[in-house]
Ligand binder design. Sequence first.
Ligand SMILES: O=P(O)(O)OC[C@H]1O[C@](O)(COP(=O)(O)O)[C@@H](O)[C@@H]1O
Ligand SMILES: [Mg+2]
Ligand SMILES: [Mg+2]
Length: 349
Amino acid sequence: MTAPTLEAFLASHVGERDDLHTAVRETVRQLALAARTIHSTINYGTLGVSFAGLNGRSNADGDYQRNLDVHTNEVFLEAVRHAPVALYGSEESHSPVLLDGGAALALAIDPLDGSSNIDTNVSIGTIFSILPVVGDAARTPEVTFLQPGSAQLAAGFFIYGPQLAFVFTRGSGTHVFVYSTRLGTFVQAHESRSIPQKTQEFAINASNYRHWDEAVRLYIDDCLKGSEGPRGKEFNMRWIASLVAEAYRILIRGGVFLYPADARRGYARGRLRLVYEANPIAMLIEQAGGAATDTVGRILDLTPIDLHQRVPLVFGAAKEVEQIGRYHTEPSMIGERAPLFGHRSLFRV
Ligand SMILES: O=P(O)(O)OC[C@H]1O[C@](O)(COP(=O)(O)O)[C@@H](O)[C@@H]1O
Ligand SMILES: [Mg+2]
Ligand SMILES: [Mg+2]
């Protein structure tokens, strides 16, 4: 049997059961068209228009905006003008943009994730979350984006990597599509992903080691001790600095990702944004049998207080995510530890 195209998948899985389903389907179609446009732009690299430079402004979170961040935001905003979307809440704009006030859906989006990798030909992507509009979209646009992640109707990301891929959930499994240039459309590559419960691979930006709290340091120390430490097994490490690439890898071959809070100024709640980064990734990961927490609590249960708020993020193999939670909640993990596994580490002498 040949793999279905995204069109065929949307028709059978996100069909015309009700208006909301139809609206989600239409929105995903438009997002997929925009992703193809952005992918072509990225493909040209420095041969095309230079989008890598900084534009001299910063976004809602204080990050310097690159021209490609801004351009991608404009392309996705324009795309959803043709979809039943009432509100567009983006990393690149301080406040939500009101579109068709009578439409049923809101889109929260990180138009370009991993922007620090633009110049280096490393995978970057677009992350989105589709929410139902609550209240009056025109008068109180922000309340729609302050629903917990469990209210998401659908979530996904596009990854502009060696392949243009699309990872999507509508709440029944996590499906992976790859763009076929031959067919001119996305084709399903993996029916429904399943992340193994256990792992021996973690991803964290270890340069922040001295800024982490004790629980995170001990967890990483124990991983680094490998088979000679309390975990009794070897660990491998990855860090791409591109959330979409880390999430894709974990969906394909397992692992665990951590971007915890740390003591640097502005990092008391980590780096990643709850509404348009952590929530959609958490939904995709849970739908693939994994788990996602803010180190202790489930991401999808958190009630946001701001469109741009940050959150510590841990996700991936369910048992490993649970184990990381224990380092934070069970003092025995941190307190009295056998001398063999004391508080010295490769990083701390
Ligand atoms: O540079 P750091 O601190 O390692 O952070 C990397 C993280 O920041 C991000 O690039 C943040 O996303 P943006 O590029 O959308 O701001 C993530 O993709 C990545 O996981
Ligand atoms: Mg991002
Ligand atoms: Mg971004």
